[in-house]
Design a protein around this ligand. Structure first.
Ligand SMILES: [Zn+2]
Length: 358
């Protein structure tokens, strides 16, 4: 039944199509400005290159793809450490693309207990000496599922981790951290859940309350961590999963000067509120970093189009994330430059300078 007049419901006279079959063609005719290449070279701060940085031919292929998109540099957030980190760094350093990729170091959060922090800091120092330029991507499993040596859940703000965050401040390393997930993943799958299709396609993405801490508990622990280490520079992945509530992220930026946010995989929220997002990006232009997350060259142009145009009502690249359309937020050039590369350069002293526009 659907309401056809106030207080008057009616059933469709034909069987309604299912949520997966209903794909209306929009009749809206309006100017379209696809953007295959970013206007300014971008740093992808949320890269998951995987094996693409483990061999010279694979690296050359990836950088060719990045060239087409005008992605000037990828920051690998694959949690590499020790031998595998050294292998990646050697591949990069020995290649003609040596300034196109930099690598964050991973922290191993298993077995936290007495003595853990000393070892973790030692490993981090070795990884930085080898060439790592930051830490990350700290996975959502910190908070959601990792347990301590004593069997209890490892909380994001556990004091046993403090020496690691202090070492990151001392070594001037940004800490790239993914906490929780879209808040609908904690909600019942019913006709009001806007991620119904995704949760139905990927049931493992749900966080039933008998097995996982609530969304708000995780974000509270995360914010405690950011506040307790004001000298450590944190970058919240996926805009902290608050792109659907930018005022909340704004309050966090105001309260935590050591916090920045990366925007990978939340384009569906940015592009559905073009005026609010435009104003937010202008106000917090020094705090937001471009990142893509999953590596798929064909998807970057959707980001360029949202940031650089004022196009109306165009498709997003994953219909199970968002059944709605996107709009361009038309960022001014100085803001684009900061979001695309200048903020990442400022935050990460280990990134090569050089080829970036002034
Ligand atoms: Zn990631």
């Amino acid at each position: 039944m659907t309401e056809v007049r106030p207080g008057n419901c009616q059933a469709p006279t034909m069987p309604p199509p299912s949520i997966v079959d209903y794909r209306p063609h929009s009749t809206l005719v309006t100017a379209a400005h696809p953007v295959p290449r970013a206007k300014y070279p971008a740093i992808d701060f949320h890269g998951h290159p995987g094996n693409r940085i483990m061999s010279a031919p694979a690296l050359a292929t990836m950088v060719k793809e990045l060239d087409e998109l005008n992605v000037g540099m990828m920051v690998s957030a694959d949690n590499l450490s020790g031998e595998r980190l050294r292998q990646a760094l050697a591949t990069i350093a020995g290649s003609p693309q040596k300034d196109r990729v930099r690598v964050l170091a991973g922290i191993d959060f298993r077995d936290v207990g007495p003595g853990w922090a000393d070892k973790a800091v030692q490993q981090l120092e070795a990884d930085v000496k080898a060439g790592a330029v930051g830490v990350g991507e700290i996975s959502k499993s910190l908070g959601l599922s990792i347990t301590k040596r004593d069997g209890s859940r490892l909380k994001i703000d556990d004091p046993d981790l403090d020496p690691v965050w202090e070492a990151c401040a001392r070594l001037n390393l940004p800490v790239f951290i993914h906490t929780a997930d879209p808040q609908e993943f904690w909600q019942p799958i019913d006709n009001h859940n806007e991620r119904w299709l995704e949760l139905s396609l990927f049931p493992g993405r749900r966080y039933p309350s008998d097995r996982f801490p609530p969304f708000e508990e995780l974000t509270t622990e995360r914010d405690n961590l950011f506040k307790r280490h004001p000298r450590t520079k944190f970058v919240a992945a996926h805009m902290g999963w608050h792109a659907n509530d930018l005022a909340r992220l704004g309050r966090m930026f105001d309260a935590m000067p050591n916090l920045s946010a990366e925007l990978g995989a939340v384009l569906y929220d940015i592009g559905r509120q073009p005026r609010t997002a435009h104003d937010f990006f202008v106000k917090y232009q020094d705090r937001i970093l471009f990142g893509k997350d999953a590596y798929e060259p064909s998807e970057y142009p959707y980001y360029w189009r949202v940031f650089e145009t004022k196009d109306d009502y165009f498709d997003y690249y994953r219909n199970y994330h968002a059944f709605w359309k996107l709009y361009g937020i038309d960022l001014p050039d100085p803001v684009l430059k900061k979001v695309y590369y200048a903020n990442a350069l400022k935050l990460t002293p280990g990134l090569p300078r050089g080829a970036w526009p002034q």
